[in-house]
Design a protein around this ligand. Sequence first.
Ligand code: UDP
Ligand code: MN
Length: 338
Amino acid sequence: MQMIPHDYPFKATISKRNHGRIHSTTGIALNEPLHICSESPEDRRVYIQDKPRSAYAQLPVIYFVTPTYPRREQIPELKRLAYTLLHVPRLYWLVANDQERCDTFLDTLLSGFGIPYAHMASPMPSEFRKSKPAPRGVANRRAALQWLHQQNITNGVLYFGDDDNTYDLRLFSEIRQTQRVSMFPVGLIAEYAVSVPVVRDGKVVAFLDSWVAGRRWPVDMAGFAVSLAYMSQYPNVNMPYKPGYEEDLFLRSIGLRIDQIEPKGANCTEILVWHTQTKNKKSAVVRLNSEFLDGRSNLGALFRSLKLMGVASASDTEGPVAMISKNGKTKSHSYILS
Ligand code: UDP
Ligand code: MN
């Protein structure tokens, strides 16, 4: 595993010159600096599903790109996703975190799964942070595209898999043989609870999606996969910072034609991916005196770990006083912990 110092201060240096061109499909080069926090190309899994890893050696690799960002749900989301991905052979997990600095907790978490991965820090440029809607996950996906480009990867399959979606394992076998671009339904999208290509005689002829907005490709990020052999023929591949239009402009940047689309999931009749969303809440603050957060009980170690995960923190002065009870009665902290 290659490690880069974590206190390396990341400077987002997207130049002003690029911003005037966000409406162009090809205008902004993927020229941000790429910050790898840790990576391991090694697959340390012994068995995957019911077979030894070697049984899968001939399969094309799926590059599964996951944008993620610090919030209290981040670690549980990534764990849930990892426990799905552990069942998927020949998968390379590109995890791009929307944060300036590398998160060592994430390094440890990701390397522990034994799935080949690269963890990068890819903060949203500060000028977009306050925009509503913000381009969520775009800096992250751009970083992953940059990684693929720098590694000169020209075979395998690219898939954009957000950290909060729900993936059927059959999705991976469906997209693995993508020749150019494959598409399939995504469940739980917007008003219709589905976004799906319309298929006739095995060909995509149109799209059913409640938000058209002039998009030639009105699909969700999770609703398509791209062959890297195909994508590598398009040097202007891009995903501009244009909320709502990321999929459309990305697919336009790789010169897609409707007759080339490969419908998957039994001609787009099956839902193999769901746009599930997790309720977001602010990280919790619990009033719990630091003098009690030592080795005398479990609480010190527990709250240190919750803090690292961005879930909760203990404070001497803020937040509701932690209720500690015994036999149904609240006890003073000192009674239990001193
Ligand atoms: N995301 C991010 N930075 C943000 C917000 C979201 O990197 O400020 C990531 C998030 O982890 C997810 C993807 O971008 O993988 C899409 O965001 P989200 O799931 O919140 O959007 P949705 O499409 O579900 O509305
Ligand atoms: Mn989501």
